[in-house]
Design a protein around this ligand. Structure first.
Ligand code: NAP
Length: 303
């Protein structure tokens, strides 16, 4: 629903950002379906990601992980953390309030649309590959569900980091686009691969899990950050222990990782894939496209 809300409260240590661009994530669809958003927190402004202008006129990117003010270290490990739009109003608004420590400078090399894609999908992909997956150049990585926001980021970042990137997608057109984005080869979901891979990056869940485990070399690692198609796949424990596979969870990323991701994008010319940028008033159209799976890369709402 579109509507007017009061100006956001600004607690001590927080600041406001005037939003210029905010990207959509699957998280916003989960929230619309009530996942992680109990009735007592409604109405809630959705949106995790934003790039905009802070109260001092600086161009900034908003880190969406809100940790306890007393929390030190990796924000994603704070049991009390939340994402914007879970406990605090989100970014699909003219202004959003955020802790001042959550702001990262937006470099001029990135457009507003591009910058707004980084804090959730791209940061998640960065942490999956480099922090949790610990992949190194020359490894082969399989990305499931190539068209998604996180998946397109995994392909582009994997390419930039010197990995051999293989990807699956249900759609032939998306497989072709994945190749133009930097995938070395693409496959239909569930296909037998030419050889087993060092690591699999999973956001699809139930529909691809079994294929992900079967695709790994002995000692390989599966990094999971999402379960779009369902959270309860066959565990296939025999394969996990006998082949000594690692199944590793990953969630969002730290402010420092966001800073490094921004630098990587600037230095290596990697850019988020913006499928479409729409005026914020057209949010419904953007949500419908995301729900239909009719997207390659990111949808961005502009002000
Ligand atoms: N843990 C975290 O911090 C974190 C952060 C970001 C996202 N996530 C989660 O990661 C998931 C992906 O997020 P996103 O924003 O990238 O979503 P998205 O842009 O909507 O992409 C989802 C992709 O999953 C694939 N897919 C969906 N249903 C499928 C099915 N039944 N079988 C095979 N593939 C299917 C599709 O790829 P193809 O059409 O190419 O096959 C689709 O493009 C979501 O569940 C989200 O909640 C978690």
């Amino acid at each position: 629903m579109l509507g007017d809300r009061p100006e956001p409260d600004v607690p001590a240590g927080w600041t406001t950002v005037t939003v210029r661009a905010a990207s959509l994530n699957h998280h916003d669809l989960w929230s619309l379906r009530g996942v992680g958003l109990p009735a007592e927190r409604l109405p809630m402004i959705l949106g995790c990601d934003a790039a905009g202008v802070d109260a001092d006129g600086r161009e900034v990117i908003v880190h969406s992980v809100i940790s306890d003010p007393a929390w030190l270290g990796d924000e994603t490990l704070d049991p009390r953390r939340s994402l914007l739009s879970e406990r605090h109003a989100g970014t699909f608004a003219e202004r959003v309030a955020v802790p001042a420590r959550n702001l990262v400078p937006k470099p001029p090399e990135l457009s507003w649309e591009e910058a707004a894609c980084l804090p959730t999908a791209w940061l998640t992909a960065y942490r999956m590959l480099f922090t949790r997956g610990r992949v190194v150049p020359g490894m082969t990585v399989l990305v499931q569900g190539a068209g998604g926001g996180v998946a397109t980021a995994l392909i582009a970042l994997g390419r930039a980091a010197g990995l051999r990137v293989w990807a699956t997608s249900r759609s032939e057109a998306k497989r072709a686009r994945a190749v133009s984005l930097g995938a070395d080869a693409t496959f239909e979901p569930g296909s037998r691969l030419p050889e087993r891979v060092d690591a699999v990056m999973e956001t699809v869940g139930q529909a691809t899990w079994s294929h992900s485990l079967k695709s790994l070399k002995p000692g390989g690692v599966l990094v999971t950050s999402g379960a779009t198609s369902g959270p309860n796949p066959q565990a296939d424990l025999n394969r996990v222990f006998f082949l000594q596979l690692s199944v590793v969870g990953s969630t969002m990323g730290t402010r420092d990782e966001l800073g490094r991701l921004v630098r990587l994008c600037v230095e290596r010319g990697v850019r988020p894939i913006v499928e479409r940028a729409l005026p914020m008033q057209d949010a419904r159209e953007a949500f419908e496209a995301l729900a239909a799976g009719d997207v390659f890369g990111k949808l961005v709402l502009m002000r």
